[in-house]
Structures are given as structure tokens and as C-alpha cells.
Design a binder for this molecule. Structure first.
Ligand SMILES: *Cc1c(COP(=O)(O)O)cnc(C)c1O
Length: 359
């Protein structure tokens, strides 16, 4: 079976051996406050920082999912104004979660949002909303529609708002593209996308300013309050029993993968090739027509409902799993993950299939 599903997605084949190895070391039956666990946790974080070039003064902590981080941000950061900018379903879901949580905490809070068009980059200016916002929330790669925010856009947000907290959902980018972590304060992801691991582990990467603000707010009402998570990670621990197996797997995968500048080069070349290759068809077209806002890690292909059904049926028969459409594009697109665990040979097989069937 070949999986091009954009999450959960193909895991690295080595994961099977690493699971066995974790079992043999006895780690899986050990207390999560034991020395062996703390060492694994430390190595996983150090490996991630080394391979992704995360600044030394940034703090990495674990959660159970990216969705959990949406809630953590709403709970554990300044309470008044949170501003969401998005163009698709994941960004919108994040906004919905924040709005519910903030409203439940206090009637005075404001969670605001702007939805920008698929083929445009959001224009930034000093509007009243921006000026009041304490946190600006962005989705780096919109997994639902195959768009991405450019590094230029990210640095412009930072330049315009040096004093605000900038939070970025990097779930379908982290581990696949180069990220300049200095451009935001709170980055988060889960491991079942570009990190090629089984689902069930999330992580947050925090700037010194974000850590400082979290302690300032001092919110400790939840099992996953950020202040408690931060207290625990100083000892390479977590407030609750974490996904020990997945933290072990992350440690081993980080030992194995190339540094991000090498991985991302391959991802970019493959994406360029996909976009060029897919431009030849007429019944099936790229959902995103503006090359400047196209994602490198998730590619969305648009067609009639009928044509989408047809290609999904044909691919299933050949044991190729394509990604379903998502949100407003559920019935009229399919998506292809271009994640690092997928090999060149698998991509060649997919392209062969698409060449014969996309008409
Ligand atoms: C997959 C995804 C999520 C949700 O991740 P979970 O681990 O299921 O919580 C959130 N945001 C984006 C952009 C995603 O691609």
C-alpha cells in the first residue's frame, strides 16, 4: 500500500524496528519520572533542535496533539485580544476553539478573525484590530487547501508587530520546510505529518518571550496549563504520563534524518515537479493557481465531484491512498502529501498512476 494521505501519513519504515528496540530497553514499562525516561526526553528535544535549527534559547515541550495546543494557547496566554488570520478549515477550527474557550473564561475577551482569499497573501497594515491584539495566530501551511504563508510574509508580521506574541500552527510544515523560528514566539505541530511518526504526540516551540509571558499570566487551572508544562520540562518531565513510545521514536528519527536544509531541498524539488507535472491535465486542475502561495508539503487537486470520486476509486484498486478533500473542498479536491518519509520511488509510482488516469 502506498499512502499519500496528509495526516496521519506514511510513517518511516524504520519505526517498526525502533518500537521493538524501545520495548527491549524496558523503557515502555518505566515511570515517566525515572532517569532513563528523562534522558530520552532530553535527547528527543536536543535532536529536534539540532536537526531543525531551533534557537538554543527556545524551549520545546510536549503535548498530545496540535489541537490540544489550540486550547493551551487560549487558556495560558494573555486573556484579552486574540486575533486569527486564516484562509482555510484548520485555521478556522483553531479560531472556533479559541473563541469558545475565551468566551467561557470571560465575556470581556475578544477573539477576532480575518479570512483571506485562497490565491492572495493577506495584506498587513496597522488596523485597529491588529493594534489591539495581544496574540496574532497564523497557520503556516493550510493542510485543508494546500496553501502556505511565505517566509517574506512571516518576517513582515514580525517587523510590523515586534511587541506582540505571534503563534503559528506549523503542523504540516515542521520537519519538511526550513522555518526561521525567530519570526514568531509560539510554534506548534504534531508528529504524524512531516515528522513521519504515528499520531498521538504534539509539540510546542516557545521563544523566551513566550515563556516569560506564560509565567506572567500564571494560569494553572488545567492539567495542561503551560506554566505547569514548563515547570516539568525543566526536569525533562511532563505533568501527566506522556506518550513515552512516541517520544522515544522522535528521538530515534531525529538521529536518523538529515538536517532540515537538506530535507527541505528534496521536498521543494519534488513539489516543483508535482506542480509542473499536474499542470498538463484539464479535467483535474491545481486548486491553488497562484504559485506564490502554494504549499510545498500538501498539494491540492481540484475537479468535479464525479471526477474526484472516479480517481479515488481507481487509486484504491491499485492500493494507492490519496488524501480526501477537506472542509469546503471535501468533495471537489483530492490532496497529496509531499512529506519527507515518502520516497522518490513511491512518488514515481504515483505519477505513473496519475499520468494514466487523470483525464
Ligand atoms: C493535522 C493538523 C492539525 C491537527 O493535528 P492533531 O494532531 O490531529 O491535533 C492542526 N493544524 C493543522 C494545520 C494540521 O494540518
Amino acid at each position: 500500500m502506498l499512502s499519500f494521505y496528509p495526516g496521519p501519513s506514511k510513517i518511516y519504515p524504520q519505526v517498526v524496528d525502533f518500537i521493538q528496540e524501545a520495548q527491549q530497553t524496558g523503557l515502555l514499562s518505566m515511570n515517566h519520572r525515572s532517569q532513563p525516561f528523562m534522558e530520552v526526553c532530553q535527547k528527543a528535544i536536543e535532536g529536534l533542535k539540532a536537526k531543525l535549527h531551533i534557537p538554543a534559547d527556545y524551549t520545546v515541550v510536549f503535548t498530545s496533539s496540535a489541537t490540544e495546543v489550540w486550547e493551551i494557547i487560549a487558556q495560558s496566554f494573555p486573556q484579552d485580544h486574540q486575533y486569527h488570520i486564516f484562509n482555510g478549515s484548520f485555521g478556522e477550527k483553531w479560531f472556533d476553539y479559541s473563541a469558545k474557550i475565551k468566551l467561557w473564561h470571560s465575556k470581556e475577551t475578544r477573539v477576532l478573525s480575518t479570512k483571506f482569499p485562497l490565491n492572495d497573501e493577506k495584506k498587513l497594515d496597522h488596523s485597529e484590530i491588529y493594534d489591539r491584539a495581544e496574540i496574532i495566530c497564523l497557520t503556516l501551511n493550510e493542510t485543508a487547501n494546500g496553501t502556505a504563508l511565505s517566509p517574506e510574509f512571516m518576517s513582515k508580521v514580525r517587523q510590523l508587530y515586534p511587541e506582540k506574541l505571534i503563534a503559528v500552527d506549523a503542523t504540516s510544515s515542521l520537519g519538511g520546510v526550513v522555518i526561521d523560528f525567530s519570526q514568531a514566539d509560539i510554534w506548534f505541530a504534531s508528529v504524524q505529518k512531516c515528522l513521519g511518526l504515528p499520531a498521538g504526540l504534539g509539540l510546542i516551540i516557545l521563544s523566551p518571550n513566550a515563556v516569560h509571558k506564560a509565567y506572567d499570566v500564571h494560569e494553572r487551572n488545567h492539567y495542561n496549563s503551560l506554566a505547569s508544562i514548563l515547570d516539568n520540562i525543566r526536569k525533562y518531565q511532563t505533568p501527566y504520563t506522556p506518550n513515552v513510545l512516541n517520544i522515544y521514536l522522535l528521538m530515534r528519527i531525529m538521529e536518523m534524518v538529515e538536517p532540515i536544509e537538506i530535507v527541505s531541498q528534496r521536498i521543494k524539488q519534488q513539489a516543483d515537479f508535482y506542480y509542473q507535472f499536474l499542470a498538463q491535465f484539464t479535467e483535474y486542475q491545481l486548486l491553488v493557481s497562484n504559485p506564490l502561495v502554494r504549499s510545498q508539503t500538501v498539494i491540492a487537486i481540484h475537479a468535479s465531484e464525479e471526477k474526484i470520486k472516479e480517481i479515488k476509486e481507481k487509486s484504491q484498486k491499485q492500493n494507492i491512498i490519496l488524501g480526501n478533500g477537506y472542509g469546503e473542498w471535501k468533495e471537489t479536491t483530492f490532496r497529496v502529501a509531499n512529506f519527507p518519509a515518502i520516497t522518490a520511488d513511491e512518488i514515481a509510482q504515483l505519477q505513473d498512476f496519475l499520468q494514466k488516469n487523470l483525464h
